[in-house]
Design a protein around this ligand. Sequence first.
Ligand SMILES: Nc1ncnc2c1ncn2[C@@H]1O[C@H](COP(=O)(O)OP(=O)(O)O)[C@@H](O)[C@H]1O
Ligand SMILES: [Mg+2]
Length: 238
Amino acid sequence: MGNQAALQITDLDVHYKDFQALWNVSLEVKEKKIVSIIGANGAGKSTLLNTISGLLTPSQGTIKFLGERIDGLPPHETVPRGITLVPEGRRIFPRLTVYENLVMGSYTPRTRPKRDEAMSKLYELFPVLKARHSQMGNTLSGGEQQMLALGRAMMSDPKLILCDEISLGLAPVVIKSIYRRLEQINRDGITIVLVEQDVKRSLRAAYWAYIMLEGKMVLEGEPSSLSEEEVKKAYFGI
Ligand SMILES: Nc1ncnc2c1ncn2[C@@H]1O[C@H](COP(=O)(O)OP(=O)(O)O)[C@@H](O)[C@H]1O
Ligand SMILES: [Mg+2]
């Protein structure tokens, strides 16, 4: 069971009007695993995650989640299926409290009745959010805001979390603590896709890595099998 594919993407093309941002992208993520996608700024990482979550529609190719086609489904149909995006730049609600931000994460008919239970579980995982539950989002530090973004994603009771540059702009000690939470979430059975520019940390957490360059997948493998040289070449295209 653990080897079943949670996510299966085949030959995906995505355009912004005339500009083609993804070219023939394929990838597979096994259930309950962590996969890393790395690539320089502009490689197409956010485009890929936004297409999986349904913010963008592919012009070609298929996306299957737990065996079902989901390409072209909007977020209000992918979220109830268990797919949640932690967007680049956090996008928390600055003028809502921590509690209210978290409530916004559990708006589907499936999760709403279990909100209080989910909230207590979440506060155990993120004691800092509990301590700050009545504070406005914009009074939190960068790291706390990122925890809140991740916590809000957890409130939708996801099976798959897509994290877009979760460590961007944070101090190493904060990044470490966020990655510890991610690994704990993964141990509880949630599949995770990490998109990062920071190569080292995300490779360490993953069982499989993909490297993107200019809208294409250029290299993949077990992180331990990829040489630093190979990764550098793929990442920079030199
Ligand atoms: N809304 C948009 N309209 C047009 N082009 C875009 C848009 N968003 C991203 N792009 C372009 O698509 C490519 C991939 O961008 P993106 O997916 O954001 O890369 P990454 O997340 O890896 O930095 C880049 O060339 C970028 O300029
Ligand atoms: Mg991006």
